[in-house]
Design a protein around this ligand. Sequence first.
Ligand code: ADP
Ligand code: MG
Length: 290
Amino acid sequence: MSRTRIALATCASWPELDADGPELVAALAAEGLDADLVAWDDPAADWASYPLVVIRTTWDYWDRHAQFLAWARSVPRLVNSADVVAWNTDKIYLRRLQAAGIPVVPTVWVAPGEDFVTPDHPFVVKPSVSAGARDTAAYDGGDPLATEHVARLHAAGKTVMVQPYVDAVDSAGETAVLVFGGVVSHGARKSAVLTVGEGEVALGSWSMQARTPSAEEQALALRVVEVASSWGEDLLYARVDLLPGPLVIELEVTEPSLYLTLAPGSAARFAAAVAGRLASLSSGAATPRS
Ligand SMILES: Nc1ncnc2c1ncn2[C@@H]1O[C@H](COP(=O)(O)OP(=O)(O)O)[C@@H](O)[C@H]1O
Ligand SMILES: [Mg+2]
Protein backbone atom coordinates (compact mmCIF):
# COMPACT_ATOMS: atom_id res chain seq x y z
CA MET A 1 0.00 0.00 0.00
CA SER A 2 1.36 3.43 -0.85
CA ARG A 3 1.67 5.67 2.16
CA THR A 4 0.58 9.25 2.52
CA ARG A 5 1.48 11.70 5.27
CA ILE A 6 -1.35 13.85 6.61
CA ALA A 7 -1.54 16.23 9.55
CA LEU A 8 -3.82 16.14 12.57
CA ALA A 9 -4.13 19.65 13.98
CA THR A 10 -3.68 19.73 17.74
CA CYS A 11 -2.71 22.52 20.11
CA ALA A 12 0.20 23.15 22.42
CA SER A 13 -1.92 22.29 25.47
CA TRP A 14 -3.10 18.93 24.00
CA PRO A 15 -0.22 17.92 21.70
CA GLU A 16 -0.93 14.20 22.12
CA LEU A 17 -4.57 14.18 20.94
CA ASP A 18 -7.60 12.98 22.88
CA ALA A 19 -7.73 9.77 24.92
CA ASP A 20 -8.64 7.93 21.70
CA GLY A 21 -5.56 9.25 19.89
CA PRO A 22 -3.78 5.87 19.68
CA GLU A 23 -6.85 4.21 18.09
CA LEU A 24 -7.21 7.09 15.66
CA VAL A 25 -3.56 7.06 14.57
CA ALA A 26 -3.58 3.26 14.19
CA ALA A 27 -6.78 3.29 12.13
CA LEU A 28 -5.38 5.97 9.83
CA ALA A 29 -2.19 3.95 9.44
CA ALA A 30 -4.26 0.95 8.40
CA GLU A 31 -5.65 3.16 5.58
CA GLY A 32 -2.11 4.04 4.49
CA LEU A 33 -2.23 7.44 6.21
CA ASP A 34 0.65 8.38 8.50
CA ALA A 35 -0.34 11.22 10.81
CA ASP A 36 1.87 14.07 11.96
CA LEU A 37 0.51 15.76 15.07
CA VAL A 38 0.99 19.51 14.61
CA ALA A 39 -0.18 22.31 16.93
CA TRP A 40 -2.35 24.72 14.94
CA ASP A 41 -0.34 27.75 16.06
CA ASP A 42 3.08 26.15 15.55
CA PRO A 43 4.95 28.79 13.51
CA ALA A 44 7.22 26.11 12.01
CA ALA A 45 4.34 24.06 10.57
CA ASP A 46 4.24 23.66 6.79
CA TRP A 47 0.52 23.13 6.24
CA ALA A 48 0.72 23.33 2.45
CA SER A 49 2.97 20.28 2.40
CA TYR A 50 0.09 18.00 3.47
CA PRO A 51 -2.54 16.67 1.08
CA LEU A 52 -4.98 16.89 3.99
CA VAL A 53 -5.08 18.52 7.43
CA VAL A 54 -7.70 17.16 9.81
CA ILE A 55 -8.70 19.32 12.78
CA ARG A 56 -8.62 17.36 16.02
CA THR A 57 -7.67 18.84 19.37
CA THR A 58 -7.35 22.57 18.69
CA TRP A 59 -9.05 23.27 21.99
CA ASP A 60 -7.19 26.34 23.16
CA TYR A 61 -8.46 28.91 20.64
CA TRP A 62 -11.49 30.05 22.64
CA ASP A 63 -9.84 33.35 23.59
CA ARG A 64 -8.09 33.66 20.18
CA HIS A 65 -11.08 33.10 17.94
CA ALA A 66 -10.05 35.51 15.16
CA GLN A 67 -6.52 34.11 15.09
CA PHE A 68 -7.90 30.59 14.81
CA LEU A 69 -10.19 31.52 11.93
CA ALA A 70 -7.29 33.22 10.15
CA TRP A 71 -5.22 30.05 10.62
CA ALA A 72 -8.03 27.89 9.21
CA ARG A 73 -8.22 30.13 6.13
CA SER A 74 -4.47 29.80 5.65
CA VAL A 75 -4.51 25.98 5.43
CA PRO A 76 -5.01 24.85 1.83
CA ARG A 77 -6.76 21.51 2.42
CA LEU A 78 -8.45 21.55 5.81
CA VAL A 79 -11.31 19.38 7.06
CA ASN A 80 -13.75 20.36 8.09
CA SER A 81 -13.04 23.51 6.07
CA ALA A 82 -12.40 27.08 7.17
CA ASP A 83 -15.90 28.08 6.03
CA VAL A 84 -17.37 25.42 8.30
CA VAL A 85 -15.11 26.46 11.18
CA ALA A 86 -16.22 30.08 10.70
CA TRP A 87 -19.93 29.40 11.18
CA ASN A 88 -19.58 26.48 13.58
CA THR A 89 -17.54 28.23 16.26
CA ASP A 90 -20.45 30.55 17.10
CA LYS A 91 -23.62 28.77 18.28
CA ILE A 92 -25.72 31.34 16.44
CA TYR A 93 -25.86 28.62 13.73
CA LEU A 94 -28.54 27.01 15.94
CA ARG A 95 -30.89 29.71 14.66
CA ARG A 96 -30.33 28.59 11.09
CA LEU A 97 -30.94 24.97 12.06
CA GLN A 98 -34.16 25.99 13.76
CA ALA A 99 -35.23 28.01 10.72
CA ALA A 100 -34.72 24.83 8.68
CA GLY A 101 -37.21 23.01 10.91
CA ILE A 102 -34.75 21.30 13.27
CA PRO A 103 -35.87 21.11 16.93
CA VAL A 104 -33.27 23.00 18.97
CA VAL A 105 -33.18 23.93 22.65
CA PRO A 106 -35.30 27.13 22.92
CA THR A 107 -32.86 30.03 23.11
CA VAL A 108 -33.05 33.76 23.75
CA TRP A 109 -30.03 35.53 22.26
CA VAL A 110 -28.85 38.61 24.15
CA ALA A 111 -26.14 40.63 22.41
CA PRO A 112 -24.04 43.22 24.28
CA GLY A 113 -26.19 46.32 24.76
CA GLU A 114 -29.43 44.33 24.77
CA ASP A 115 -31.51 43.84 27.92
CA PHE A 116 -31.41 40.55 29.79
CA VAL A 117 -34.73 39.56 31.35
CA THR A 118 -34.24 37.03 34.18
CA PRO A 119 -36.48 34.00 33.52
CA ASP A 120 -38.83 32.86 36.29
CA HIS A 121 -37.95 29.19 35.78
CA PRO A 122 -34.60 27.31 36.00
CA PHE A 123 -32.39 28.48 33.13
CA VAL A 124 -28.92 28.34 31.63
CA VAL A 125 -26.63 31.25 30.74
CA LYS A 126 -23.76 30.64 28.32
CA PRO A 127 -21.75 32.51 25.71
CA SER A 128 -22.44 31.83 22.02
CA VAL A 129 -18.72 31.23 21.46
CA SER A 130 -17.53 28.63 23.94
CA ALA A 131 -16.53 25.02 24.45
CA GLY A 132 -16.16 22.65 27.36
CA ALA A 133 -18.96 24.38 29.30
CA ARG A 134 -16.72 27.41 29.83
CA ASP A 135 -18.56 30.40 31.36
CA THR A 136 -21.72 28.29 31.50
CA ALA A 137 -24.04 28.04 34.54
CA ALA A 138 -27.60 27.06 35.48
CA TYR A 139 -29.72 29.28 37.75
CA ASP A 140 -32.99 29.08 39.61
CA GLY A 141 -35.75 31.29 38.27
CA GLY A 142 -35.22 34.91 39.35
CA ASP A 143 -31.65 34.37 40.61
CA PRO A 144 -30.02 37.85 40.64
CA LEU A 145 -26.55 36.30 40.22
CA ALA A 146 -27.38 35.59 36.58
CA THR A 147 -27.50 39.32 35.84
CA GLU A 148 -23.85 39.63 36.90
CA HIS A 149 -22.91 36.64 34.78
CA VAL A 150 -24.59 38.16 31.71
CA ALA A 151 -22.94 41.53 32.38
CA ARG A 152 -19.53 39.88 32.62
CA LEU A 153 -20.01 38.10 29.27
CA HIS A 154 -21.30 41.30 27.67
CA ALA A 155 -18.29 43.23 28.97
CA ALA A 156 -16.12 40.66 27.18
CA GLY A 157 -18.05 41.41 23.99
CA LYS A 158 -19.90 38.09 23.99
CA THR A 159 -23.43 37.37 22.88
CA VAL A 160 -25.27 35.45 25.60
CA MET A 161 -27.56 32.47 25.16
CA VAL A 162 -30.37 32.02 27.68
CA GLN A 163 -32.15 28.66 27.64
CA PRO A 164 -34.58 26.84 29.91
CA TYR A 165 -32.73 24.23 31.96
CA VAL A 166 -33.76 20.93 30.34
CA ASP A 167 -33.95 18.97 33.59
CA ALA A 168 -34.48 15.56 31.95
CA VAL A 169 -30.71 15.70 31.29
CA ASP A 170 -30.19 14.99 35.02
CA SER A 171 -31.49 11.43 34.63
CA ALA A 172 -31.15 10.68 30.90
CA GLY A 173 -27.95 12.58 30.15
CA GLU A 174 -27.01 14.08 26.78
CA THR A 175 -26.64 11.96 23.66
CA ALA A 176 -23.82 12.56 21.20
CA VAL A 177 -24.36 11.11 17.73
CA LEU A 178 -21.18 10.76 15.67
CA VAL A 179 -21.67 11.00 11.90
CA PHE A 180 -18.70 10.22 9.63
CA GLY A 181 -19.03 10.75 5.88
CA GLY A 182 -22.77 11.25 6.22
CA VAL A 183 -23.33 7.93 8.00
CA VAL A 184 -24.05 7.42 11.71
CA SER A 185 -21.01 5.73 13.26
CA HIS A 186 -21.86 5.52 16.94
CA GLY A 187 -23.17 7.36 19.95
CA ALA A 188 -22.13 8.31 23.44
CA ARG A 189 -23.85 9.37 26.62
CA LYS A 190 -22.60 12.40 28.50
CA SER A 191 -23.72 12.87 32.08
CA ALA A 192 -25.36 16.15 33.08
CA VAL A 193 -22.73 18.86 33.43
CA LEU A 194 -24.59 21.62 35.27
CA THR A 195 -26.41 21.77 38.59
CA VAL A 196 -29.04 24.47 38.97
CA GLY A 197 -27.84 27.10 41.44
CA GLU A 198 -24.28 25.78 41.69
CA GLY A 199 -22.57 28.21 39.34
CA GLU A 200 -19.90 27.37 36.80
CA VAL A 201 -18.37 23.91 36.66
CA ALA A 202 -14.80 22.68 36.53
CA LEU A 203 -13.63 21.68 33.06
CA GLY A 204 -14.08 17.97 32.46
CA SER A 205 -16.36 17.36 35.45
CA TRP A 206 -18.63 14.95 33.58
CA SER A 207 -18.44 11.36 32.41
CA MET A 208 -18.92 9.64 29.06
CA GLN A 209 -20.14 6.13 28.37
CA ALA A 210 -21.24 4.11 25.36
CA ARG A 211 -24.81 4.62 24.18
CA THR A 212 -26.61 3.52 21.06
CA PRO A 213 -28.72 6.48 19.96
CA SER A 214 -32.42 5.76 19.35
CA ALA A 215 -33.72 5.58 15.78
CA GLU A 216 -35.31 9.02 16.32
CA GLU A 217 -32.01 10.48 17.55
CA GLN A 218 -30.09 8.98 14.63
CA ALA A 219 -32.62 10.30 12.11
CA LEU A 220 -32.49 13.76 13.67
CA ALA A 221 -28.69 13.77 13.65
CA LEU A 222 -28.64 12.86 9.96
CA ARG A 223 -31.13 15.63 9.19
CA VAL A 224 -28.94 18.12 11.03
CA VAL A 225 -25.87 17.03 9.07
CA GLU A 226 -27.83 17.19 5.82
CA VAL A 227 -29.07 20.73 6.52
CA ALA A 228 -25.61 21.93 7.59
CA SER A 229 -23.98 20.28 4.57
CA SER A 230 -26.38 22.23 2.33
CA TRP A 231 -24.78 25.45 3.65
CA GLY A 232 -21.51 24.69 1.89
CA GLU A 233 -19.91 21.32 1.66
CA ASP A 234 -20.38 17.76 2.82
CA LEU A 235 -19.19 17.49 6.41
CA LEU A 236 -16.50 14.85 6.82
CA TYR A 237 -17.19 14.46 10.51
CA ALA A 238 -19.94 15.76 12.76
CA ARG A 239 -21.06 15.30 16.32
CA VAL A 240 -24.69 16.14 16.97
CA ASP A 241 -25.40 16.63 20.68
CA LEU A 242 -28.98 16.07 21.80
CA LEU A 243 -30.77 16.80 25.04
CA PRO A 244 -33.82 14.67 25.88
CA GLY A 245 -36.66 15.58 23.52
CA PRO A 246 -34.68 15.12 21.39
CA LEU A 247 -33.53 18.72 21.06
CA VAL A 248 -30.30 19.80 19.40
CA ILE A 249 -28.04 21.55 21.90
CA GLU A 250 -24.93 21.65 19.73
CA LEU A 251 -23.54 20.62 16.35
CA GLU A 252 -19.78 20.15 16.69
CA VAL A 253 -18.08 20.05 13.29
CA THR A 254 -14.88 21.87 14.18
CA GLU A 255 -13.01 19.84 16.81
CA PRO A 256 -15.40 17.36 18.39
CA SER A 257 -14.22 14.71 20.81
CA LEU A 258 -15.14 11.55 18.93
CA TYR A 259 -15.18 9.00 21.78
CA LEU A 260 -13.67 6.34 19.52
CA THR A 261 -12.69 4.17 22.48
CA LEU A 262 -16.37 3.71 23.37
CA ALA A 263 -17.38 2.08 20.09
CA PRO A 264 -15.43 -0.77 18.49
CA GLY A 265 -14.87 -0.13 14.78
CA SER A 266 -15.53 3.61 15.02
CA ALA A 267 -11.88 4.61 14.56
CA ALA A 268 -11.77 2.52 11.36
CA ARG A 269 -14.95 4.22 10.12
CA PHE A 270 -13.46 7.65 10.79
CA ALA A 271 -10.23 6.71 9.03
CA ALA A 272 -12.15 5.34 6.05
CA ALA A 273 -14.06 8.63 5.77
CA VAL A 274 -10.75 10.55 5.85
CA ALA A 275 -9.25 8.27 3.19
CA GLY A 276 -12.36 8.71 1.05
CA ARG A 277 -12.11 12.49 1.26
CA LEU A 278 -8.43 12.36 0.34
CA ALA A 279 -9.20 10.16 -2.66
CA SER A 280 -11.90 12.52 -3.89
CA LEU A 281 -9.59 15.52 -3.42
CA SER A 282 -6.78 13.83 -5.36
CA SER A 283 -9.12 12.88 -8.18
CA GLY A 284 -10.18 16.52 -8.38
CA ALA A 285 -13.79 15.76 -7.47
CA ALA A 286 -15.54 18.80 -6.07
CA THR A 287 -16.69 18.62 -2.45
CA PRO A 288 -18.42 22.02 -2.28
CA ARG A 289 -22.11 21.91 -3.09
CA SER A 290 -23.67 24.52 -5.27
N1 ADP B 1 -30.36 24.29 28.33
C1 ADP B 1 -29.66 23.38 29.00
N2 ADP B 1 -30.28 22.48 29.82
C2 ADP B 1 -29.56 21.56 30.52
N3 ADP B 1 -28.22 21.45 30.46
C3 ADP B 1 -27.55 22.31 29.66
C4 ADP B 1 -28.23 23.31 28.88
N4 ADP B 1 -27.30 24.00 28.19
C5 ADP B 1 -26.12 23.48 28.51
N5 ADP B 1 -26.25 22.46 29.39
C6 ADP B 1 -25.17 21.64 29.95
O1 ADP B 1 -23.95 22.33 29.77
C7 ADP B 1 -23.06 21.60 28.91
C8 ADP B 1 -22.31 22.55 27.99
O2 ADP B 1 -23.22 23.27 27.17
P1 ADP B 1 -23.11 23.29 25.58
O3 ADP B 1 -24.24 24.11 25.06
O4 ADP B 1 -22.99 21.90 25.08
O5 ADP B 1 -21.77 24.12 25.34
P2 ADP B 1 -20.25 23.66 25.09
O6 ADP B 1 -20.19 22.16 25.13
O7 ADP B 1 -19.92 24.22 23.75
O8 ADP B 1 -19.51 24.33 26.20
C9 ADP B 1 -23.95 20.60 28.18
O9 ADP B 1 -23.22 19.43 27.85
C10 ADP B 1 -25.07 20.34 29.17
O10 ADP B 1 -24.74 19.30 30.11
MG1 MG C 1 -21.44 20.75 24.36
